[in-house]
Design a protein around this ligand. Structure first.
Ligand code: ADP
Ligand code: MG
Length: 481
């Protein structure tokens, strides 16, 4: 909406007839007029912020020049255009005096009414244009200052023109920035080099330390139509980002160490359990040959503990060569370790296997995998039920391999947690679970280029879970490293 308010003119003149004539002329041209007969009166009326002030030079109390000077030095009224009027035939000295006091225009009596109206209108246009320019400059400066990056404008001669608040802040309180200073010597003082602005027309970016902060310094040329118009210098304080990155890295290292420690404890628990069982059996055996048999197996379990620790410590740097493993025999061994603890829960582990399904791999790692899966199945199975473990040889896409399934008749896995099952530390067993069994198992199966997946059903009477592991017959041992 265009502004409908009539522009307001303050007329300050000691002679009533002058005020009367000027008012008539201006009101006729669409202005509203207020009047003052003294300098003090004019200063008071100026506080109501008229759009233009017409000021007679000769006022009874304070001179017109002085009134004009005071209007222009008061920040509230400084932007109001002042038209100074004086008696006819004044000297050019008077004109100069008026203009030096800050007047925006000067007319002498007798005043031509058309010239008066045109002059007032011209001053109004000037004021509107000035206000618009000031507003846009203010908007630009506040936007400029609101940026968190420090920005400075360098002209084509290499001098600093302007900068925002962030620029001064990043430079620090001890650094003095003056408009017109040479950017290259300023930068030498700040960074110890003027590299950012050395090459005209070239982009530049590097990291520097300013005090205790790490700052990314970039310079970008401002392209004119034919040549470069100067440069924008950008200072970006990246100290917090660098600190956060460092903290994240340290946290990740710690977490990885924690995971490893947890995995070792978890994996050692299985053979320890078997060891306890075997020692119990040995101590209650009637014959020496039975005792020797149990002790031999106890020795194997101890060797497994040693292997687990060694493997865990060099988890991803396993350089042992893989060997040919008959999967049926390996699974039977694993079952024998868990049979007793399963029996305590009245769960029977039933194995059905084909003759000779061999794959190439690391027996210690695969023992870990199936130990975890059988343990989970035993924990899920209801008392009096059976866990079915099958070992089959299959062919997938021309490649032979072994498929091992472990099926329990437990309550099944709720839909909403299925996605998280293989995540490290995911457990529904509170303090009794480490949540690492499936994560470790998956990692090891993937290392053997195999797959691990599960099906689960929660329907009453048909509920249960089947984990399926597929291990391909990999010919070349190098592929397993
Ligand atoms: P943990 O056994 O220490 O909890 P796992 O990684 O071995 O850790 O298993 C993660 C979670 O997966 C278990 O807490 C359990 O909720 C679920 N889960 C694994 N196997 C079965 C299964 N056979 N039946 C039901 N839930 C299972
Ligand atoms: Mg488990």
């Amino acid at each position: 909406m265009p502004e409908l308010r009539r522009p307001r003119v303050l007329i300050a003149d000691d002679r009533e007839e002058n005020r009367y004539v000027l008012s008539r002329v201006l009101e006729g041209a669409g202005f509203d007029c207020t009047q003052a007969g003294t300098g003090i009166g004019a200063l008071e009326a100026a506080q109501t912020l008229p759009d233009v002030i017409i000021l007679d030079v000769r006022l009874p109390d304070i001179s017109g020049y002085e009134v004009c000077r005071r209007i222009k030095s008061d920040h509230r009224t400084a932007s109001i255009p002042v038209l100074q009027i004086s008696a006819s035939f004044v000297s050019s000295d008077d004109r100069v005096r008026a203009l030096e006091a800050g007047a925006d225009g000067y007319l002498t009596h007798p005043i031509d009414r058309m010239v008066l109206v045109a002059t007032v209108k011209a001053l109004l246009r000037l004021r509107t244009a000035e206000a618009a320019a000031r507003q846009s400059a203010e908007q630009w400066q506040s936007t400029f200052d609101a940026l968190s990056e420090g920005l400075a404008l360098i002209d084509r001669n290499g001098a600093l023109v302007r900068w925002n608040k962030a620029f001064a802040q990043i430079c620090g309180p001890k650094v003095e920035i003056r408009a017109g200073d040479e950017a290259s010597s300023f930068l030498k003082g700040l960074l110890g080099t003027d590299d950012p602005v050395k090459q005209p027309g070239k982009r530049y970016s590097a990291e520097f330390n300013i005090g205790k902060r790490t700052v990314q310094v970039s310079a970008n040329p401002i392209k004119g139509e034919n040549d470069d118009q100067g440069k924008i210098l950008i200072l970006n304080d990246i100290t917090d980002r660098r600190l956060a990155e460092y903290a994240l890295l340290t946290a990740e290292k710690l977490a990885a160490t924690g995971k490893l420690a947890n995995a070792i404890a978890h994996e050692i628990n299985n053979p320890l359990e078997a060891l306890t069982n075997l020692i119990y059996l040995a101590s209650s055996s009637p014959t020496l040959s039975d005792v020797q048999g149990f002790l031999t197996r106890a020795n194997e379990e101890l060797a497994r503990i040693a292997r687990v620790t060694k493997q865990s410590l060099s988890f991803h740097r396993d350089s042992q060569r893989p060997i040919l493993i008959e999967m049926g025999a390996l699974i039977a061994d694993v079952i024998s370790l868990f049979e007793r603890s399963a029996a305590q829960r009245r769960v029977h582990l039933a194995l059905s296997r084909q003759q000779e399904v061999s794959i190439c791999g690391f027996p210690g790692q695969l023992t870990q995998v199936f130990g975890n899966l059988i343990r989970n199945a035993t924990e899920a199975a209801p008392p009096g039920s059976e866990v079915d473990i099958r070992v089959r040889s299959i062919h997938r896409g021309g490649n032979g391999g072994a498929r091992i399934t472990i099926h329990d008749r437990g309550a099944g896995i709720p839909e909403d947690i299925r996605e998280k099952l293989f995540d490290p530390f995911f457990t529904t067993k509170d303090l009794k679970g480490s949540g690492l069994g499936l994560w470790v198992s998956k990692t090891l199966v993937v290392k053997h280029q195999g797959t691990i997946r599960f099906r689960s059903c929660k329907a009453p009477r048909k509920s249960g879970t089947t984990f399926e592991v597929y291990l391909p017959m990999v010919e070349h041992s190098a592929a397993l490293d």
